[in-house]
Design a binder for this molecule. Structure first.
Ligand code: CMX
Length: 440
């Protein structure tokens, strides 16, 4: 038993037994209650989804299969001569729950390379999209167009039994992840670089190849950045918009292509993944207003202008986190090592000094600390990826690793179609009349 798929198969039976036993023997145990604030307020904190590949603690941040980001930067295999983890390693970990060896990662690199070639009809489709279409729209369209390749859809039509759903999903997931760097790079080069494309380098890993095919920097540190970036954005438990959308659409047995495309549409929202683009735009406006790196006072004024204008400070706040995002910290460490004197990094650091106080005084957000998107753009910009409306595509390539690893598990565990209950405003008002709250 050597391949990833064989190893996964060995885990399915025991895991299914655990989940079935929970549902059968303890199905009526409450783990969460729901109040009207949560019904009206975006379902915060309602435990209503099984998501094994990662778990978020509001103060500590994300753990991937139980490992924190610093632990993974230490333990996961690296590219030769590199110091940052390989995305192949995090995919292995998310799928199997074990830290891979360098050989395990190399086997995934090889398998993804074999599956990475883009079919001509996809290239033709991408070439037909107007270049001023947002890169996230192009990315989602490309994924959706590839749906005609779906093994799951084909085998479902051929009356595949339920026990094979995971197998067909696994094939789709591997085929799709393998192609994402090529799709992203194709969109990038076509949109910004006059359509002069760069062939993948068979000696490079998945993340290193994405950096290579962008053609913006020959600095080996850019490849390292890409590997780190693609690891830390991969998953953030199941309730965030891109993960939940992927899981929800997949629950209808829509295949991995439909599911990921839906997830990417959610990632493209400014309150979610598009915030990384927004941060760069906001910083550029700031530099334009003050002619370079602002003083602390100028920074404060600009923040208040943003808030008083009824807008959010992009990159700050979070629906779950209540402290500085460890994904922000990892990127800050990378910047301190590779670009400590870079002007944009100085600005990001100044925002970090000023924003938490301003947001606390503003008094609205429950979390005045930075999230992952507050930092990522500046690192990319430093290496010459200055086209910031492309940044969410990088996030999307990475997010696919987590949500698609979980999708394979969803089908392996036979998780059902999702169907939470909704109610009307009148229903809530009537409920309150019939169940009046005790006087406070
Ligand atoms: N700047 C200004 N106001 C903010 C804010 C920020 N960064 N973060 C939250 N608020 C405001 C909210 O808009 C909300 O205002 P209203 O009461 O007027 O609606 C209020 O504070 C309470 O919000 P919250 O409960 O603290 O946060 P939510 O769970 O509703 O929203 C999030 C979370 C991320 C959407 C929000 O913090 C935000 O808009 N941040 C800026 C955008 C951003 O960085 N998004 C990326 C998140 C990470 C990711 O998914 O990629």
């Amino acid at each position: 038993m050597s391949t990833l798929k064989d190893k996964f198969y060995l885990k399915v039976g025991p895991m299914k037994a655990r989940v079935q036993s929970l549902a059968k023997e303890h199905g009526d145990v409450n783990v969460s209650s729901v109040n009207i604030g949560q019904v009206v307020g975006g379902a915060r904190d309602i435990i209503s989804m099984l998501w094994d590949v990662s778990l978020l603690d509001k103060f500590e941040g994300i753990r991937f299969r139980g490992f924190s980001i610093p632990e993974l930067r230490d333990k996961l295999p690296k590219a030769p001569g590199g110091t940052e983890p390989l995305p192949e390693g995090i995919f292995y970990l998310l799928l199997l729950g074990e830290i891979p060896t360098a050989e395990d990662c190399a086997a995934i690199t090889e398998e993804w390379q074999k599956r990475s070639v883009l079919p001509q009809y996809l290239i033709d489709t991408m070439n037909a999209i107007p270049k001023d279409t947002h890169p996230m729209t192009q990315f989602s369209m490309a994924i959706l167009q590839l749906q005609r390749e779906s093994e799951f859809a084909r085998r479902y039509k051929e009356k595949m039994p339920k026990t094979q759903y995971w197998d067909a999903t696994y094939e789709d997931v591997m085929n799709l992840i393998a192609k994402l760097p090529n799709i992203a790079a194709y969109i990038f080069r076509r949109t910004y670089m006059g359509g002069k494309h760069i062939a993948p380098d068979p000696k490079l890993d998945w993340g290193g190849n994405l950096a290579h095919m962008l053609g913006v920097s020959n600095d080996p540190a850019f490849k390292e950045l890409m590997r780190l970036y693609l690891c830390i954005h991969s998953d953030h438990e199941g309730g965030n918009v891109s993960a939940h959308a992927t899981h929800l659409v997949g629950s209808a047995l829509s295949d991995a292509y439909y599911s990921l495309s839906a997830g990417m549409d959610g990632l493209a929202g400014p309150l979610h993944g598009l915030a990384n683009q927004e941060v760069l735009g906001w910083i550029q406006d700031l530099m334009k207003e003050f002619g370079g790196v602002p003083t602390k006072e100028q920074m404060e004024k600009f923040m208040w202008d943003t808030l008083n204008g009824g807008r959010v400070i992009p990159g700050y706040g979070h629906a779950v986190l209540r402290k500085t995002d460890p994904r922000y910290v990892a990127q800050r460490e990378f910047a301190l090592k590779h670009m400590p004197d870079y002007d944009l990094f100085k600005i990001v650091s100044l925002v970090y000094e000023v924003a938490p106080d301003v947001l606390t005084k503003h008094g609205k957000t429950k979390n005045p600390w930075p999230n992952v998107d507050a930092h990522s753009g500046v690192l990319l910009y430093y290496y010459g990826a200055t086209q910031f409306d492309f940044y969410t595509v990088f996030f999307g390539v990475s997010r696919a690793l987590g949500v698609l690893a979980q999708l394979v598990w969803d089908r392996a565990l036979g998780l059902p179609i999702e169907r939470p209950k909704s109610v009307t405003t009148e229903w809530l008002e009537t409920f309150l009349k019939e169940h009046p709250p005790a006087a406070k």
